[in-house]
Write a protein that binds this ligand. Sequence first.
Ligand code: 3H9
Length: 688
Amino acid sequence: MSDFVKISRDGDVAIVTIDNPPVNALSFQVREPLMQALTSMRDEPSVAAIVIACAGRTFVAGADITEFGKPMQQPELRAILATLETIAKPTVAAIHGTALGGGLELTLGCHFRVADPGAKLGLPEVKLGLLPGGGGTVRLPRLVGALKALKMIVSGTPIGAVEAHEAGLVDAVFEGDLTTHAVNFAREIARKGGPFTPVRDRDDRLGETDLAALDAEAADLARKARGLEAPIACAQSVRNAITLPFDEALAAERALFVKLVASDQSRAQRHLFFAEREAAKIPGKDIVKRRIARVGVIGAGAMGGGIAMAFANGGYPVTLLETSHEALQRGLATIDKNYAVSVARGSLTEDARRQRFAQFKGSTDYADLTDCDLIVEAVFEDMAVKKEVFGKLGAVAKPGAILATNTSYLDINEIAASTSRPQDVLGLHFFSPANVMKLLEIVRADKTAPDALATVVDMARRIGKVAVVVGVCHGFVGNRMLAARGSESEALLLEGATPSQIDKAFTDFGWPMGPFQMGDLAGLDIGWRNRKARGLTAVIADTLCEQGRFGQKTGRGFYLYEAGARTPVPDPEVEVLIRDKAAEKGIAPRAISAEEIIERTLYPLINEGAKILEQGIAARASDIDVVWVNGYGFPIGKGGPMFWAGFEGAARIIERLDHWHQRTGKDVFEPAPLLKRMAETGSWGAGG
Ligand code: 3H9
């Protein structure tokens, strides 16, 4: 017996309970006593069957991720599974909460699996840049078929208990006390008598595999992997399960796992796993939070509508405010249409659609916001307009209501000063489309009260957002760094690169799209307006906007778009424009390599990140990574810009920045002191 694994008895059934809060990860401290418990119960004549269960809120949620990259202490999970498979008495896993990764693999070493109706089962290793390394790719296809296993393993998305039951992964789903049901199930099976076939020897479902269909699916997945190695290794390993004898397939899976666990991509993805959880931690965690029962959203345009949907999806009733009845009806109709699309795609049931839509109350009267506990404005990005809104909110909102602005750039301290209650004001910077994008920059203004901040950090989790707390500056973390990237993308055009050449360097690097495709998608007029307000220029982008080329919405931007299509088509007119503007500035075009494109655009971005850290706008380097991966599509396999800087080496980054600084004299190239310290110490400091 140990603190982490306990054995109890219910008559002739032994219950082995794992108790390693918070998620029962299979740490060394669990594996050792678990192995002992299983061998002793195997050899105990008075035991007819064994149930493996977990204490606390979940079944085993996987291997202990913190152990990866360190020498693995014995026994490993593989050895536990091999021992489980020597047990002739029935073994039953009782699954509640989540059985993930090594947790699900542990259940696959059992003869049977029973589950609570709310349980979720999956192999999410791919999200950590890994493949299941405890036999999951070889055993799961034996229960659910190769195609279903491939989809589960390559997506990493868990399935519910009912689906798992239908698929053959779970043998029974029980309402009520799961351990009692599992014990009765085990006893009944033992009474009927064996032999009981371990999953490794069940190959009845392997014969049904259509290898051509499997290969087609794997090829499609490889195409979508965008340079990530893990999804391809997952697909290869599932194929091995079909084409190789069990032990050979298992050995091949192990070899792939060992290679991946040591890879930069997996290190990067594991960094992100912990970075996301770290980002949600703010000082004063035990602070008493305010209650949010109803949310108000001002503005029912694309942004406000998306924000309102995000809240409704998280279960909050929403009051949606517009200036006119027509605008309100238009906004509500768009929301309704968006939900209908989700129903048509099968991601939402008709019932859920009705429930979500019923959360909305429309209004054109500020007085209707008096019962809201959190009010988010998403009106026009203009300081005077925002101040007017906050002035009205100061008058109508109930005492203690949190007043949030969705501004992307404006000074929230100035906005807060326009109310009589600056302690209640903060920024909630959603990313478009707000009901889809995971990132939420929570902006703490100088006078924001700690309990207001803590309340919205909790709220963010409830609506499924990855929250990062940032400070006030122009563009906060994400857009401020984006500006550094943008100015160099434009400079590269003038020096001889084309938009498609730059965008291709980005997609080859692993981004979903390059800066010009992204600009066209978001609308070039947004940046144009913002530059004009600040007296800045971007000669190519400004000229395109002057010509009414705002991007996809006008069918023309840096690229051409056929009616209704989103595929960018290079436009010779734009290339002529770029060369003309370069000639006007006396810049002779030169050949520019993909390597230079990446370094010229991303090194200044990292440099800006270092300045942001120095100024305390972000608390940790890893927070900046979370912003870039979740809000801007920075490739997960590189871990975010600040983590990737570690791969590149700060000394090299400084050397290139110095070089360009001498050539251009631009501030963006002036290396931040923190970057220099990174070069000396190899760390950004906290969260690096
Ligand atoms: C694997 O299994 C490999 C095998 O195939 C092969 C082995 C040979 N390890 O997310 P939360 C911590 S790979 C260590 O906030 P929730 C987490 O950091 C693994 N720590 O809770 C946090 O710590 P803190 C495959 C872990 O309720 C705390 O637990 N499995 C692990 O929102 C609470 O986490 C996965 O990838 C872990 N495995 O969500 C599943 N998991 O409080 C990973 C969590 O100090 N886990 N922690 O910040 C999850 O997806 C979610 O944690 C879960 C709970 C859904 C379980």
